[in-house]
Design a protein around this ligand. Sequence first.
Ligand code: ADP
Ligand code: MG
Length: 341
Amino acid sequence: MPIRKLPVHLVNQIAAGEVIERPSSIVKELVENSLDAGSGRIRVEAERGGARRIRVSDDGCGISRDELALALSAHATSKIESLDDLEGVATLGFRGEALPSIASVSRLRLASRPAGADSGFELEAEAGKVGEVRPAGMPEGTVIEVRDLFYNTPARRKFMRTERTEFGHIDDLLKRLALARMDVALDLAHDGRMVRSLAPAADEATRNRRVAAVCGEAFMEQAIVLEEAHAGLRLTGWIARPGFSRSQADLQFFFVNGRLVRDRLVAHAVRQAYRDVLFHGRHPAFALMLELDPQRVDVNVHPQKHEVRFRDGRLVHDFLFKTIHHALSGTRPGGESAQMA
Ligand code: ADP
Ligand code: MG
């Protein structure tokens, strides 16, 4: 075959293959966009596990009428404009790939009314073909509706699981987002039924309630609160005493600047810190938030941005290890609590 340029629609579908695995991937991308837009309240509605319909509405900064179509085109982003920006990126998104990817494998409606604008506008896209901009009656903010996911890519559609499983993934995702952004109100509905309604957590009591809602009461009862800063690194969150351990690594949340990541260096530091207090084969439970200057962490490592690369990995590892190890000292034989007993 001769070499040729791929049509834009196909390029977007290929990109969708990397970021849009299942309905929950769509919720992730849309909610992250809402967070980047400075929203205080985000509502997620799903039908039939999200395969039939996903709707995310927010009260963020909105998109102006002139930029609606642009938002759906490939590599269009308002979040970075140079390599310098990329190296210190503080937003969750920056690739400009999510909306065009989603639009290439679904029927999408984007409606927005920027803060301060008299009215809103909307447009629809089907299999990547973008329609006319029309007026839309709506409050300030943005609504994105994604229908019939993978309707035009049958091979991908086959990989979707039962509605229950797919909704489970969406709910798991919402829980993680709820921990990452305590300050934002989050609602989740499935097939018209409200599943979660989380008020913004403003003080310790409401924060604890949110953690208990996400991680369970049993975790909360055994949780040690962490708050430690060193060399420009700040670690906050909750770790479970060894009395609450898991047979699987299924209650482990680690956020770097509000982004959930899976990182081997982090996993290693935590495992080492728990090493002498947990039985072999048991896993610790934790929800930890690390904050540092975005310049010190590279988030452009993975298409779904699950992975990051720390510029000073050793320092991060040692800080995590020491902080967690110290917090657990009361739980070791001869530690504080043993002395008190
Ligand atoms: P990225 O998030 O990487 O910039 P996206 O394809 O996810 O790329 O979104 C493209 C652009 O559309 C964003 O840069 C932003 O300007 C705009 N946008 C998307 N969703 C929202 C939203 N909920 N509120 C305001 N602007 C949005
Ligand atoms: Mg995005």
